[in-house]
Design a protein around this ligand. Structure first.
Ligand SMILES: Cc1cc2nc3c(=O)[nH]c(=O)nc-3n(C[C@H](O)[C@H](O)[C@H](O)COP(=O)(O)OP(=O)(O)OC[C@H]3O[C@@H](n4cnc5c(N)ncnc54)[C@H](O)[C@@H]3O)c2cc1C
Length: 267
């Protein structure tokens, strides 16, 4: 990566203005991924002076600043509890501490990486993205929009509720990208079933979620039917880490374990 000009923005307004001064200007967060990809950046806009490294709990919501590192997410006591700690769990399974101390939640989201372990639990938690100028949107809306959002992600908001969660990363080795990620969450009768690293970006199994919502009792038969629906409605692809068929089989197994975990105490 070659950077022509590097600025440490003193304010979010200045960072936003720098971003819009040129089409080849880029926000730099941890820089961990950017360093491996972009050949030349005219102006790299460093956000490290903007105090965006925070996790706060206002009683109703948890707010996570965009510059919060993966290691902080993994170690935070609040995030270790909410949704049974699925965001912390996902963060702590990414690479080693050297990468986790650099990579940020903002970089994980704004990269829209198909392999992302962080996006899968964020979709399961229906997290909200707050930008400097752009309207707020859920992570799912962000992943589905075709719009190129040239803005600064300021924070991620997770609404607190009486929720359960499950997350598993299936990878060939600890340091590898996932073959498949699965997250399941439950808030009363509302379920979310999410698959990531399919190898496409995280997606919800809406039909399976609706099927579960209609059931009076979640027994073995219901779970088996739900995971068949989920695996059929979501698309899985093949790459060097696994075939589409293998991913689909994994999806059924881990979604069932997830539904069981959030309806019982088996987590
Ligand atoms: C060797 C290696 C292995 C990895 N393995 C995994 C893995 O197994 N699983 C996994 O999930 N992830 C993995 N990652 C990715 C990592 O988790 C981060 O997603 C990645 O490093 C991006 O975070 P960053 O803070 O470094 O962002 P950067 O590289 O600085 O930025 C990434 C993108 O986001 C934009 N951006 C960053 N912050 C903002 C903001 N606040 N507002 C607007 N735009 C912004 C940048 O302009 C850029 O386009 C790996 C990374 C590396 C380097």
């Amino acid at each position: 990566m070659k950077i022509e000009r590097y600025v440490k923005s003193p304010s979010i307004e200045a960072a936003f203005a720098s971003l819009h001064e040129g089409t080849n200007n880029k926000i730099i967060a941890g820089g961990a991924w950017l360093k491996l990809t972009d050949p030349t950046i005219d102006t790299a806009i460093d956000l490290s002076l903007l105090n965006l490294d925070f996790i706060t709990d206002n009683g109703k919501e948890i707010e996570i600043g965009a510059m919060t590192t993966l290691h902080t997410l993994g170690r935070n006591a609040i995030l270790n509890k909410i949704y049974d700690g699925i965001l912390s769990r996902a963060a702590m399974q990414i690479m080693g501490i050297t990468v986790r101390n650099i990579a940020t939640i903002g970089g994980c989201i704004m990269g829209k990486f198909g392999f992302s372990d962080i996006l899968t639990p964020l979709v399961a938690m229906d997290a909200l993205l707050i930008f400097h100028q752009h309207d707020k949107m859920t992570v799912v809306e962000f992943l589905n929009t075709k719009e190129n959002i040239r803005d600064i992600l300021v924070k991620v908001v997770i609404r607190k509720a009486n929720t359960r969660g499950y997350f598993r990363k299936i990878a060939l080795t600890h340091l590898d990208f996932a073959v498949l990620n699965t997250a399941v969450s439950r808030n009363g009768s509302e379920f979310r079933i999410v698959f990531g690293s399919r190898p496409g970006v995280s997606t919800r199994a809406y039909k399976a979620e609706n099927f579960l919502k209609e059931q009076i009792k979640i027994d073995e038969d219901v779970m088996n039917k739900a995971v068949e629906i989920a695996a059929a409605e979501c698309q899985f692809g093949s790459n060097q880490r696994g075939s589409a068929e293998y991913r689909q089989s994994l999806a059924k197994v881990y979604a069932k374990r997830g539904i069981k975990a959030v309806t019982t105490n088996e987590n």
